[in-house]
Design a protein around this ligand. Structure first.
Ligand code: SF4
Length: 184
């Protein structure tokens, strides 16, 4: 039932709201954030059983720009120098035994989801990619975490590792709640 409510919102109400709100000049990012936050809340409400197969999907822009290691083919190629958060995310993936992938775009992300067949997804990305990912992967449970962009979009972006950890604790059944933090 709860999953159905999420579907009605993500696939029905949100697209209509989006069109109406864009028509009166509401910014796209704001609407996409509303979808991400609402979907995250609904997922938290409906997801009761611990997930065994969790996929953590990262955007390529998290990788330090000057790093030449190819992490898109295999994120474990990373030399773990610690100059970007890919290292911390690999540590988390090993601790929680997750599938971890870096996707260069929506098409690759969709292919990774089909191939890994996760029970739950934690996705880090910008508003645009997260909102389309949430819609595309329904009815899968997905928690979206917005990346931070101190240098502008798509360049040396960052993510709050504590939020990723908290989402993992939630999906593995070891979390309480997110301590009142906004999303994921
Ligand atoms: S942690 Fe270091 S080696 Fe790994 S992707 Fe980031 S910059 Fe490259």
């Amino acid at each position: 039932m709860n999953r159905l409510i999420r579907g009605v919102f993500v696939k029905g109400i949100y697209p209509l709201l989006y069109l109406a709100a864009r028509g009166i000049g509401v910014k796209r990012d704001r609407l996409q954030r509303m979808l991400i936050n609402t979907s995250n809340r609904l997922v938290r409400f409906e997801h009761k059983k611990p997930a065994r197969r969790i996929l953590l999907l990262l955007p390529h822009c998290l990788q330090r720009n000057e790093c030449n290691i190819r992490v898109t083919s295999n994120v474990f190629n990373c030399a773990r120098c610690g100059k970007c958060e890919i290292k911390n995310l690999i540590d988390l993936a090993e601790e929680f035994k997750l599938d971890l992938f870096v996707a260069t775009g929506g098409t690759l992300a969709r292919r990774i989801v089909v191939e890994t067949r996760p029970e739950a997804i934690i996705a880090v990305a910008c508003e645009r990619d997260l909102s389309s990912g949430i819609s595309d992967t329904y009815p899968l449970s997905i928690l979206g975490i917005l990346n931070e962009r101190p240098f502008g979009p798509c360049f040396n972006t960052r993510v709050d590792i504590s939020r990723v950890r908290e989402a993992l604790l939630f999906f593995t059944g070891n979390g309480t709640d997110n301590g009142g933090k906004p999303g994921p």
